[in-house]
Design a protein around this ligand. Structure first.
Ligand SMILES: [Zn+2]
Length: 497
C-alpha cells in the first residue's frame, strides 16, 4: 500500500489478528475420534479427548500435513523441528486443565500474505502459525442463556481435540477494510489447500487487537509503527468474530468507539470485548490476562516433531493470487472477472474446463455471470452442483453451436435446470427452444421456391392451390419433421416478401 498521509493530530488505527482455523481432518488431532459434526452431545469422545488419567496423545499426521501446506502457502519458515507445549488454565471446556498448543517453537514462523484493497496491493506479515487442540463447547441453559445468568451449563466435548491452526499477524492493519480483505484472501487460500471447510460452523474464529495511536507519537511513517508507541497505547482485544464481514463490522465499531473516547479526553481501557453480532456492538468481558498466567511448559507426552521430511514431500496447488494473474494473462480476463472465477478452487477448475472447450470469453460469461449469478440468487454454492456441472457445460455447448439463443439458454434452460433438476436437452426439447429446425425449414422453403419457378408463377398469377405443391416439396426436404401449417406460412411470407 502507498504510505497514507497522516495529518497533524490524526489518530492512527493499528490492528493485529489471531485467526483460529479448524483444520479439515477426519479425526481429532491427538486421538482417533471423528471430527464429523453431530447433534448428539459427547458422541465423538474417548479417554484422550476427555482427558482421563493415563490416556496419551498421538499426533494426527493429517493435521501436520495441513499445517505444512498452510506454512508453504504463506511463505513461512518451517523449522527442522517443532515442539508442543501445555497452556495451563482451568475452565470446564478443557478437561485436562491444559490445552496442548505450541509456544516458542511453532511449526510456521515469519510468513506473509498479499492483499489488495481497492486496487492497492500490500503485504501483511504473519508472525507465526501453530497447531493446537480446540476445547469443548459450553451451553448455558436458562436465565436468558448468559454465562452469568444461566441456571446451569452443559459441556459437550465433541469439539474438544479438533485440530486448529492459530495464525497470528503482525499489527500491520490500518483499517477494518484491510482486515476484511486479508481474511477473505486467507479463506480462499485455505480452501484451495483443501484444509478448511468454510461452511462448517465455527471453522473460522478471529480475535483482533485494536489500538488507536495519536500520529505525533509515531516516529516516521505511519506504516511502520514504532514498538514504543504501540506499547504505550491501550489496546482492546475483540473476541467472538466468525467471518471476514463480521470482522469488518466489529472493528469499525470498535475503532469509532475508541476514537470518540480519545477525542473526548477519556482513557481507553485495556480490556477484552465481546462482539455481539446481533446487536452490532462490542461489550466489555473481563480484563486481559497476561501471557505469563498460562505457565506454559513443554508437553512431555509428545516428542519433538521432525518436520523437514514433510516439508520436502508436501506440494501445494496453484494459489488464488497466482491463478488470478494467470487467468488475466492466459484468457485475457479483466481483474474483476478473474477474481470472481478464482473465488473457490472448484469455480476456477470448472472455468478452466469450459474455457478449454469453448471460447474463454463465452466461458467467463457463463461461469462468472450466468451460473454464479443464478446460484447466488438461490443462495446456493457451486459445491451443490456436484455431478451436474457437465450439464452446464452441455448448455454452453448448445449456445456455442448456435443451437439455442443465449437468452433462452440463460433465462429458460439454466433457471429450469436449477429449479426443476431437468437436463438442458430435455428442457430444450420440452420448451421447443431448438433453433436448428426453424433454420432448416427456412432453408428448405428457399430451395423449394428456387427449384420450382413454374409453381411460383402459378401462385403469383392467383392459383392458390400451387402453394400446396410447394408445401409438399418442403415436407420432402425436411424428412416430414416440419409442421405443414408453419411451412405454409413461411412460404407465403417468402413469396410475398
Ligand atoms: Zn477422542
Amino acid at each position: 500500500m502507498t504510505a497514507q498521509t497522516v495529518q497533524q493530530g490524526d489518530l492512527v488505527t493499528v490492528i493485529g489478528l489471531e485467526v483460529h482455523v479448524q483444520l479439515e481432518t477426519d479425526t481429532k488431532i491427538f486421538c482417533g475420534c471423528s471430527t464429523e459434526p453431530t447433534d448428539e452431545p459427547n458422541e465423538n469422545v474417548c479417554p484422550v479427548c476427555l482427558g482421563l488419567p493415563g490416556a496419551l496423545p498421538v499426533l494426527n499426521e493429517g493435521a501436520v500435513e495441513a499445517a505444512v501446506k498452510i506454512g508453504k502457502a504463506i511463505d513461512a519458515d518451517i523449522p527442522e523441528e517443532t515442539r508442543f507445549h501445555r497452556k495451563n488454565y482451568y475452565y470446564p471446556d478443557l478437561p485436562k486443565n491444559f490445552q496442548i498448543t505450541q509456544y516458542d517453537e511453532p511449526i510456521c514462523a515469519d510468513g506473509e500474505l498479499e492483499i489488495s484493497v481497492e486496487g492497492d496491493r500490500r503485504t501483511v506479515a504473519i508472525e507465526r502459525a501453530h497447531l493446537e487442540e480446540d476445547p469443548g463447547s459450553l451451553q448455558h441453559v436458562g436465565g436468558g442463556g448468559g454465562i452469568d445468568t444461566a441456571e446451569y451449563t452443559l459441556v459437550d466435548y465433541n469439539r474438544a481435540g479438533t485440530p486448529l491452526m492459530e495464525i497470528v499477524t503482525a499489527p500491520d492493519f490500518r483499517s477494518p477494510d484491510e482486515v476484511r480483505a486479508f481474511l477473505a484472501e486467507l479463506e480462499e487460500v485455505l480452501e484451495y489447500l483443501g484444509v478448511f471447510d468454510a461452511e462448517r460452523d465455527g471453522s473460522l474464529r478471529i480475535d483482533a487487537n485494536l489500538s488507536i495511536i495519536p500520529e505525533e507519537e509515531i516516529d516516521g511513517d505511519a506504516e511502520e509503527i514504532d514498538g514504543d508507541a504501540l506499547e504505550a497505547a491501550n489496546r482492546t482485544e475483540v473476541k467472538n468474530i466468525s467471518s471476514h464481514k463480521g470482522a469488518q463490522k466489529a472493528l469499525a465499531y470498535e475503532e469509532t468507539r475508541q476514537k470518540n473516547a480519545i477525542q473526548r479526553g477519556r482513557a481507553v481501557e485495556q480490556e477484552t470485548r465481546h462482539w455481539d453480532e446481533s446487536r452490532g456492538i462490542t461489550v466489555s468481558m473481563r480484563s486481559k490476562e497476561e501471557e505469563k498466567d498460562y505457565r506454559y511448559f513443554e508437553e512431555a507426552d509428545l516428542p519433538p516433531l521432525q518436520v523437514s521430511g514433510w516439508k520436502a514431500e508436501i506440494a501445494i496447488p496453484e494459489l488464488p493470487r497466482a491463478r488470478r494473474r494467470r487467468f488475466q494473462e492466459e484468457y485475457g480476463l479483466s481483474e474483476e472477472a478473474a477474481s470472481k472465477l478464482t473465488s473457490t478452487k472448484q469455480v476456477a477448475d470448472f472455468y478452466e474446463d469450459v474455457a478449454g472447450e469453448f471460447d474463454p470469453d463465452l466461458a467467463a460469461t457463463w461461469v462468472a455471470d450466468n451460473l454464479l449469478g443464478e446460484l447466488n440468487y438461490r443462495d446456493m454454492e457451486i459445491t451443490e452442483m456436484e455431478g451436474r456441472l457437465e450439464e452446464v457445460t452441455r448448455l454452453v455447448e448448445l449456445v456455442a453451436e448456435d443451437e439455442i439463443t443465449a437468452k433462452n439458454a440463460r433465462e429458460t434452460v439454466l433457471r429450469s435446470m436449477l429449479d426443476d433438476g431437468a437436463s438442458p436437452d430435455e428442457i430444450v426439447e420440452e420448451e421447443g427452444l431448438g433453433k436448428t429446425d426453424e433454420d432448416e425449414v427456412q432453408q428448405a422453403v428457399v430451395e423449394a421456391i428456387d427449384e420450382n419457378p413454374g409453381a411460383v408463377e402459378d401462385y403469383e398469377s392467383g392459383d392458390d392451390g400451387a402453394i400446396n405443391f410447394l408445401v409438399g416439396q418442403v415436407m420432402q426436404k425436411t424428412g416430414g419433421s416440419a409442421d405443414p401449417g408453419d411451412v405454409n406460412q413461411l412460404l407465403r411470407a417468402e413469396l410475398e416478401g
